[in-house]
Structures are given as structure tokens and as C-alpha cells.
Design a protein around this ligand. Sequence first.
Ligand code: UDP
Length: 479
Amino acid sequence: MAEVAGEPHVLIFPFPAQGHVPTMLKLAELFLLAGLRITFINTERIHRRLLLNSPTLPPLARLPRFRFRTIPDGLPEDDRRASVPLQELEESIRTRSREPYRDLLAPAGRDPDEWPSVTCVVADGSLPLSWEVAEEVGIPVIFFRTSSACAFWAYYRIPDLIKGGEIPFPEEADWDEKVRGVPGMESFLRRRDLPSFCRNAKTTSDRGLQSVDNATASTRRARALILNTFESLEGPVLSHIRSAIPITYALGPLHLLVKTFENGGSFVTINSVRLSQEDRSCMTWLDSQPPRSVVYVSFGSVAVMSREELMEFWHGLVDSGERFLWVLRSDLVEGKTGEAVPAEAEGTRERGCIVGWAPQEEVLSHPAVGCFLTHSGWNSTLESVSAGVPMICWPCFADQQINSRFVSDVWRIGADMKDKCERSIVEKMVRDVMVRERAERLRTSAMEMAELARRSVAKGGSSYRDYWSLVEHIRAISS
Ligand code: UDP
């Protein structure tokens, strides 16, 4: 293919994890549809997982303006851990994958495919290497954050929270007390709702706190920021972010925006790539359940819990009398990698269906699903918002603490069970969200929010417009 001078060529480099790669592939698909050329970087390990679980990948790899490139993640080849701690993975990539990444960005000889040089990097804000090297070789960077706008804004304020003495939390602090240092959130944000790095930090030099702060500090230098959210959901927070980072695009929900174009007939297929093998038997099971009768339970791809916590959820669900579909990952219970479903769970298949990994977007859109018991990861939250399904939130770490506060107290589309894990509370929350008076109110608000999500991605909607502005922006910085 002949090189075209000034042709936009976007390199996209996601953090190698479930919450990042599929989302940034959706962004890649949108760019492709706009005629941009894309190089998508995966670590070798995550790429092997994609190849294993995505039958559509080979045709995708033959698209003329799209290619995958892989780099090592720096971990030993024989490291077979089901999940590597995220911080360890990030450090390994930062220290050992720098040179291979630099070679991809600035090839010494001709590009093996004779592609034009990279004109813009869309860097994952959780992966410092993705932008550090791009800046070193002088390629413009646009940041992508996979978190919510509300979490991003709280991260952004960390230096002010430290300066104001709000973090680390003072000894014996009341975690229900309001936080003053995040503009726009003073009336409802409590200490316990701040991202988990804040509650874990004992000193201002805490490693977790510092790495979030460093990542966010780089975003301040960004030419532009992309967030997977939409104006009707996080408009006020987006205004605060834009006061600091004026060029901020809100393109969410990305999985719906991609569908807007698929409906128009220009379907590319990236949307059907998978990192894990889905057990589709749960869809058949759902087909035989009454409307809105099932609690869908999933804690995402990374969160872990103790066996005691698992059993509290288990008893709470059984005691509620409701049906449930539960994603029990083999590594969900701490220290029990590979263990099958606990014996107690096996005995209750009549009212419950258990799978190792579900087609979550489809599950949430199924009419039998009445609520989502979730860890409040941002993708899961947006998928639930888009499907109009009320949530029960049990946040575990990172942005999940603040997402769940917004679900319960700002958007009022769910209940927040943060920092509690008792069977009686699980049972009460499930009844509240599934059947009691409150359930109807939550369902109505959730359906209204889903409608706003649909409008934001439809032609003329805010995310649709931001998408085209972003494409123009990329063309302008590429010329
Ligand atoms: N997911 C899925 N099947 C499952 C559980 C999760 O497809 O059984 C997907 C889910 O749809 C979401 C992603 O995994 O897109 C999880 O991302 P999220 O940001 O919610 O949480 P994380 O895994 O990053 O903690």
C-alpha cells in the first residue's frame, strides 16, 4: 500500500485488561468507519486470548486500514497466572516494553506494511508507557480514560485533596463525613465514596495514590481527552472537567454508539471480539424465566472476594426468594484459582443459573433481567444504564466507590451496598430493588436514563456530535 503524506494514522494502545481492550476496540471501529487508519497495540498475552476467543478476528485482521501489532508485557513466558495484579502488570510493561513500543512508533527503516507514519496516539490514561514514549518521539497524544467522568474528576482533584488535608484520611475520621475538595460534589460525596486509593493511603507518598496522581497529571498536558460517558448522565461533571481540560469529548456509551453505525449498514466486526469464552447456556435459561424476575450478579473481570463474602451473597440471594444468574469466575474467590462452584451453590440450580463468564451486554438487555448486582465497574455500570436495568452496587476498588454513589444518590437508579456484606442486607436490597415500592421508582428512572443514552448516540445526539468533532480534530492534527 503506497504511503499517503499527511494521512491520519492513529495508534491505539490500551491497558491489557478486560475493562480496557474491548472498549478501545470499539473506539477503533468508530475511527475505521470514519476512514482513519488504525494500528492497535496489544500485548502478546492479551492478543493470544483474543485469538483464542474471537472467531471473527482473522477477517478483522485483513481489513485494509486496520492492523494489530503486539509487544511483550515483560512478564516471564511461563507465567500462567489467571490474573496478574494490575499494578505489577503496568510496572512490567513500563520497564520492559519501552523499546519494542518505541520501534513501533518510530520504525528505523520502512514500515513493514509501507504504512504512513503514526500521526496521533490515543493513549490509555492507565498505561503511562503509552503516552510517555509518544511524547518522547514528538507524536501528538489524545488521552482515553476508561473510568467515569465523576471518577476522573475526583482523581484530578487529588493534589487539592492532599493540600486541603482531606487525604490521607485523618486518624479516626468519620467516613460518612462529606468531602469538600471535589467541586460540584460537596453535597453528597462522602469520604467512603472517594476512589479506593484515597481510603488506602496512609501517607501522601502512598504508591497507589502517587501513581493515580501521576497518571492524572499527564492528562493535564493532553491535547484532548476522550471519556466513555454522555452529557445527560454526567453533564455537570463534564463541565468541571472542561474548565481544566477544555477539549474533552464524551462519546459514550461507546457500545451503543458503535451500534448506531451498524444500523446504518457499515458494520466492521470489531464489536464481536472476545477476551473470554462466554457460556451462552445462560441465555437459554433466561428465555424460560418470567419478565424482570432475575437478579444478574457479576463482579467484573478483576474483583476478588473472600469465601465468607461469597457465602453472604449466596445466602442473601437465596433468602430473597428471587431467581438469579450469577457469574462465578474461577478466580473470584481469594486464593481459590481454578476452584469450581462451591458445593453450597451446586445444590440450588433450580432457582439460579451459574456460569463462568456471560455475554453481559446481551444478558442485561434480556427482558427476564430485573436488576444487576454489580461491583460498579464503569463498563458494567454503563451497560446497565444503557439497558435500563436498576443496580445494587457492591464496589470493590478504584473508581467503583464513586460510581456507586452516583448510581444511588445522583442518578437514583440503584442502591449502594458499599462496605457492607451481610446476608440480611443483601436480601433486603434485592427485595427493595426487585419488588418493593422503591423498585418501581428505580425502574422508571433507569428506563428514562436508558432513553437518554439512546438519544445521545443517535444522529444529532451529544455523543454522536462529539465523535465527529473528534474525527475532525484528529484529521487537523495529522495534516
Ligand atoms: N463482562 C462480560 N461477561 C461477564 C462479566 C463481565 O462480558 O461475565 C464484561 C462486561 O460486559 C464489561 C467488562 O466485562 O464490559 C467488565 O468491565 P468493568 O469496567 O465493569 O469492570 P472490570 O472488569 O474492569 O473491573
